[in-house]
Ligand binder design. Sequence first.
Ligand SMILES: O=c1ccn([C@H]2C[C@H](O)[C@@H](CO)O2)c(=O)[nH]1
Ligand SMILES: [Zn+2]
Length: 139
Amino acid sequence: MSRYNPKELVQKSQEAKEQAYCPYSKFRVGAAVLTSDGTVFTGCNVENASYPLGLCAERTAISKAVSEGYISFKAIAIASDLEDRFISPCGACRQFMREFGSQWDVYMSKSDGSYKLMTVEELLPSSFGEKHHHIRTQQ
Ligand SMILES: O=c1ccn([C@H]2C[C@H](O)[C@@H](CO)O2)c(=O)[nH]1
Ligand SMILES: [Zn+2]
């Protein structure tokens, strides 16, 4: 699948939101990540009584994909119950996405399915990535 329908990906993220485990925040989030071969992995936020251990929906979805052997992504859609704001990925998730490239699409949706599109690069400019590990300081 070289072309994809963003509306369908948003719809899948909305379905994933139904599984959100968020007894503390009560803020349900779903994500659906599209791999290069057209496979879609979904995820939801998974909170914990030890609050900082909570996982965001985006990282859940991406980790599901990576653990099944997929590291090439075209797009990720994110959904929440917010009616009047596009859900926006947190800084940790932006860095997590960037690990797998900066030139892919992030669809941030409202509860009615409308969305705003930005690339990972636009969400996290001048980012820290794998290439930085190869930089040697001159001595
Ligand atoms: O883009 C986002 C923003 C927030 N959350 C989760 C984290 C936490 O469980 C809850 C409240 O921040 O929403 C996500 O999963 N993705
Ligand atoms: Zn996050």
